[in-house]
Design a protein around this ligand. Structure first.
Ligand code: FAD
Length: 516
């Protein structure tokens, strides 16, 4: 059985034991990748239970250095999470709700530690939102059984997707493996179940007794970054300015985007030099905003409040937010993708290159392909890369350099502020043609054409590759072949490390050999 099916079975098996849970001293909500008070399914459920039982609501978050390591959380992402916890703690304190944060060194001990904490607090009811990665689903299944054994209830609910995974089936009753029919079905499902977009209540204030009963939890400090995930003083300054955190920031960003830019989204979204997209991925990945709120807010921008009508930009933006749901649905249905395996077994036989010089040049943005280098430098400097260049650099690594896409996927996770397993794995699977509904392997991006088409004036390249800033709009895309080699060389910009047309043939042969 798949991990999700095991969890559902455990939920069924433990239902009677959970019913025996007595009121206890408090109801608890466990924060994970849902770091917000507003529109949080589990938090609202826990608050409602606490009110009904007339006990306080308490919240906790467990910092797991091993999980940070296993999920390749970048230092900038860890820093964003820890800063967000401070905002969350302060917001909850205004409602007299404590947020307890603790470091648990061994991830395998998390279920036992949750149990100990609940015992210490006299809590018999725990709520949490589901995370769909394999390890997380297994952890929750274990915890369900552990808690049920002690007649404690654990409600683990869907929240992160607009449409919960498993709800959409093709005519043959299977999960869709192709985005377009899946998207049609996603949209129809929301139309038929508009409650999916309803806002969940922010918790009300705790009873006055909560402060006295749980004073120690209110005094809790947010820890510093674990070893290996620390930022230097310069990085802190840079990233804090680039990535203000917390749910208020997320909400303001969404509203500003919907107010000022969403109408132009379809024209602007592919141009990396423009501020044409929402930059909400860091917030969606940390849960400082819900995908539900994003879709509802965008829909409400349409005067008619229509979900798939009105402004083109709104429709297209929703369909992008839907990709995030799609890749989560895929992960639940085909969890082997989580184990670093291609979706189709044939693609496991591609003979990848492991050329360390090429990989280093790609990582450092020194390939001699300006659009690729601009993108990699943007990633290294900001923790973010625009979607179009993400596709370009992923294609360049896996097709032009024929380097194992998993190396690129890992590098992204180690550097992205919005690193998200399902979306990253989906994006790499698409670009390297090894995933669900991928770019066909014979469609190989030409970096020069991509550069000319999506950065026609070279503004993006100029911003990130200062060695080329004085070149004209034609030369800048390919300086060594357009008469600007001397200038580029003088400024220390490298020659192209490979020749695209040769690489294209090599990639076609390698893919063909594997799948033939
Ligand atoms: P907008 O264009 O404003 O889109 C709104 C939201 O929709 C995004 O914030 C994101 O949550 C979602 N979204 C948009 N496009 C996609 C997509 N193709 N796949 C999944 N969700 C999407 N996105 C991540 O959030 N984390 C990742 O680790 C990640 N890795 C990627 C790796 C590769 C190789 C590729 C090609 C794409 C990856 N993406 C990832 C998807 C996409 O590039 C980013 O979500 C987007 O660039 C974020 O910018 P934005 O918030 O301004 O997006």
């Amino acid at each position: 059985r798949r991990p999700m099916e095991n969890l559902v079975a455990a939920q069924r098996e433990t239902i009677d034991a959970m019913k025996k849970a007595t009121k206890g001293e408090a109801v608890a909500h466990w924060f994970k990748t849902d770091l917000r008070c507003a529109d949080n399914t589990s938090l609202a459920l826990a608050a409602q239970k606490a009110q009904e039982m007339n006990v306080p609501l308490i919240c906790f978050y467990l910092v797991s250095p091993q999980d940070f390591k296993a999920h390749l959380r970048s230092p900038v992402r860890v820093d964003f999470i820890l800063r967000t916890l401070k905002v969350l703690r302060d917001d909850l304190a205004k409602l007299d709700i404590p947020l307890y944060v603790e470091i648990v060194e061994e991830r395998a001990r998390i279920p036992a530690r949750v149990m100990e904490l609940l015992d210490t607090w006299g809590c018999n009811h725990l709520c949490a939102n589901l995370e769909y990665e394999v390890d997380e689903l297994r952890r929750e299944t274990k915890l369900l059984k552990l808690l049920a054994g002690k007649n404690k209830s654990f409600e683990v609910v869907h929240d992160t997707c607009v449409v919960p995974p498993g709800q959409l089936r093709s005519g043959s009753g299977n999960q869709y493996a192709v985005y377009t029919p899946w998207y049609r079905s996603w949209m129809a499902h929301i139309h038929a179940n508009l409650d999916l977009l309803e806002l969940h209540d922010t918790p009300p204030k705790n009873p006055a007794t909560a402060r006295k009963a749980f004073q120690k939890l209110f005094d809790c400090e947010i820890p510093n970054a674990p070893k290996g995930k620390e930022l230097s003083a310069e990085e802190k300054k840079r990233f804090h300015a680039l990535w203000p955190c917390g749910e208020h920031e997320a909400k303001a960003r969404l509203e500003k985007f919907c107010e000022e830019r969403i109408g132009e989204y379809s024209q602007q979204r592919n141009l990396p030099s423009r501020n044409g997209t929402s930059s909400l991925s860091v917030h969606l990945a940390s849960g400082t905003i819900s995908a539900r709120t994003c879709v509802r807010t965008a829909r409400d921008r349409n005067k008619s409040k229509k979900l798939d009508g009105g402004l083109d930009g709104i429709k297209v933006w929703m369909s992008e937010v839907a990709w995030r749901d799609f890749y989560r649905h895929v992960l639940v249905r085909w969890p082997h993708i989580c184990m670093n395996k291609p979706y189709k077994p044939d693609y496991a036989d591609i003979e990848w290159s492991y050329d360390t010089d090429h990989f280093k040049a790609w990582c450092e943005g020194k390939t001699g392909f300006p659009i690729v280098d601009a993108a990699m430098r943007q990633l290294n400097h900001t923790g973010y890369m625009h979607n179009r260049p993400r596709m370009v650099v992923a294609s360049f690594l896996s097709k032009d350099l024929l380097i194992d896409w998993r190396m690129g996927e890992k590098y992204f996770m180690e550097h992205l502020v919005d690193g998200d397993f399902a979306s990253n794995s989906g994006g790499w699977g698409f670009s390297a043609s090894v995933g669900v509904d991928p770019q066909p392997y014979f469609r190989i991006f030409n970096p020069l054409r991509q550069s000319e088409r999506f950065d026609p004036d070279g503004d993006y390249i100029r911003q990130w590759v200062p060695e080329l800033k004085d070149l004209d709009n034609k030369q800048i895309h390919d300086p060594y072949n357009r008469g600007a080699g001397d200038k580029a060389k003088k400024n220390g910009y490298p020659k192209p490390i490979v020749e695209h047309s040769e690489c294209r043939e090599r990639a076609l042969a390698a893919y063909k050999a594997a799948v033939a």
